[in-house]
Design a protein around this ligand. Structure first.
Ligand code: F6R
Length: 366
């Protein structure tokens, strides 16, 4: 049932090329240069007339929501707010009929997310679900939606659910951008082409497996990790830190790289490993100067870089390469080494990777 892998988590990490392909299959029609998603087409007016999108989710799904915020605003020029479902529902939030609420949930059963969408519906908002589990409570409760089609995710730590959520949300953003005219037809075609190449590029990113295992071995006994990223890769830094803490029980924090100097920099010494996402698209020079700041404080740098990178390679203690792609699609690739790093550290520490202590696959209590 684990298909030859030691754990479901590893199997699911390796399933991502196929899962991402399954997510866009039948929706991304490159030759016709269209994106077809029934849940979006049928409700196009609601999407286009919205004053703003409010994304509600928890945990890893919330991180996918943060990536989506960048992509919706960037491509479709729609204002987006991303909310922890648990905070949103108890905050007396301002919701109107002109809002579109997007709920993201792998299980479709998360109690806080379900309660948040019920609240949004009662205020007249249009509620759209991005779920993995077909027929789940959130899928049934929403007005419309799009499934991720990732297949069953058994490992408690979410992996393929995250990358397929980002894929669905990217498709939606592109479809809306086309409808609004905020993307040119040539850029749109370029996106479709790049998206179609993602599964192959994920496969390539997975090839760093043995190298990542060596890095895991070096740092498995530390008690703290920092993860830094900017722009589209800031949420990936949060996700990398969450993966590590939930399965290895090592304390880890994700931060926007530039926020480091406002506090976390005080933590840096020769014992602190810092994972820095420094792909060549998107604020590369700024991230490089953040890396120099870390280096001058003797922190250990693990750089996630674009293939062929030279600058970070010279500064960092280790680099892990991912293939080049459009900036907005980099999260689909930079996430991969972070998943593997946390996986190998947890395995080396003898932790129960698929069922970490105190955690459940669906959190049906608030
Ligand atoms: C992290 C993880 C959790 C879930 C969160 C939301 O690896 O699994 O943080 O992401 O409990 O779950 P869903 O997406 O099912 O609503």
């Amino acid at each position: 049932e684990k298909g030859g892998f030691d754990h479901f988590m590893l199997k699911e990490i390796y399933e991502q090329p196929k899962a991402i392909n399954d997510t866009y299959r039948g929706r991304l029609l490159r030759e016709d240069a269209i994106i077809k998603m029934a849940g979006v087409e049928d409700n196009m007016k609601k999407f286009l007339n919205a004053n703003r999108f409010i994304i509600v989710a928890c945990g890893t799904s919330w991180h996918a929501g943060l990536v989506a915020e960048y992509i919706f605003e960037d491509l479709a020029r729609i204002p987006v707010e991303v909310e922890y479902a648990s905070e949103f529902r108890y905050r007396n939030p301002i919701i109107t009929e002109k809002d579109v609420v997007i709920a993201i949930s792998q299980s479709g059963e998360t109690a806080d997310t379900l309660a948040a969408i019920k609240l949004a519906k009662s205020k007249g908002a249009f509620v759209f679900g991005v779920c993995n589990v077909v027929g789940s409570s959130i899928a049934r409760e929403t007005d419309a939606g799009a499934y991720t089609h990732a297949g069953p995710e058994i490992g408690v730590a979410s992996t393929k659910a995250f990358t397929t959520q980002i894929t669905v949300l990217t498709l939606i953003a592109l479809r809306l951008a086309r409808a609004k005219g905020t993307i040119s037809s040539s850029d749109f075609r370029h996106y479709l082409l790049e998206l179609e190449m993602i599964p192959k590029k994920v496969e390539k990113a997975l090839k760093a497996d043995a190298h990542i295992k060596e890095i895991a071995y070096i740092y498995k006994d530390v008690s703290n990790f920092l993860y830094l990223g900017r722009g589209y890769n800031f949420p990936v830094a949060l996700e990398g830190a969450l993966k590590l803490k939930e399965i290895s029980y090592i304390h880890a924090e994700g931060y926007p790289a530039a926020e480091m100097k406002h506090g976390p920099i005080a933590l840096i010494d020769e014992n602190m490993p810092i994972v820095v996402i420094a792909t060549k698209t998107g604020h590369y020079d700024k991230v490089v100067s953040n890396i120099q700041e870390i280096k001058s404080r003797k922190g250990k740098i693990i750089g996630i870089v674009t293939e062929g990178d030279v600058t970070v390679r010279e500064l960092a203690d280790h680099v892990i390469e991912v293939p080049d792609t459009l900036e907005s699609l980099t999260p689909l690739l930079t996430t991969i080494p972070l998943q593997l790093l946390s996986y190998y550290i947890a395995v080396m520490l003898g932790k129960n990777v698929d069922q970490p202590r105190n955690l459940a696959k669906s959190v049906t209590v608030e």
